[in-house]
Design a protein around this ligand. Sequence first.
Ligand code: KIV
Length: 282
Amino acid sequence: MEQKKLTVLDIKAFKNSEKAITSLTAYDYPWALLMDKAGLDIILVGDSLGMVVLGYDDTVAVTMDEMLHHLKAVTRAVERALVVGDLPFGSYNVSIAKAVENANRFMKEGKADCVKLEGGKNMAHVVEAIVKAGIPVQGHIGLTPQTVSALGGYKVQGKSAQAAQVIIDDAKALEDAGCFSLVLEAITAPVARIITETVSIPTIGIGSGIHCDGQVLVTHDMLGLFDRFTPKFVKQYTKISEIAATAITEFKTDVEKKKFPEEQHSFNLKPDEFKKIERNLK
Ligand code: KIV
């Protein structure tokens, strides 16, 4: 049966329902296909790509071209989920014109359904311009990895009353600017709850407790496929790297011991034809 494609209006409507919004990151065709078939609501082509797939130290180095390359692979697979393209660092903080131009590229070339960008009040004018251009925007506040050096490291946000107020004000500013939803990253759970109860758009938490309207994780973290570290807020559902390592070692052993390929993995030709080849060689 053909799946109805989810829109930002469907995602917004989940806010006032019992349904929790489900989201994971994807960077390529096969994983996006699996996620879409599993019925996830939002597939985020995150700039976490830089760390978990491309091997960079952080997300700052990720380029528009790299994001577009992976965004295109994901949108080729997805029929139902809303696909969010994550604008990389440097693509929306130079000028409004550049931000709108890059958001347009995600929609036209990458076939994204919407874009995401990091920042609060300071980015509200950028959000407003992209929304005015007809492109839905997902905000991202709290721990914003692209500006981790300004934040002083990967730290939990909203631990003091003053810090909490700044994030709450950021959430309201982004709602006013036209965001259709907000990612809340590594925000103390009580503050994430206040934000969720304060704004009329859905909040998607990552490391921000149970009271958000939905949850997102970096897929390579939850599948045990990222080797460097696992944040405290990640639930690791499996250890794919161990399963894959076993298969790779088995393949190596099979080849070395001449156990692979077997008859069923090989192609043959008719004996008569083979005899002709042998005769021709003489
Ligand atoms: O890039 C990403 O994967 C993200 C998530 C952490 C929400 O922005």
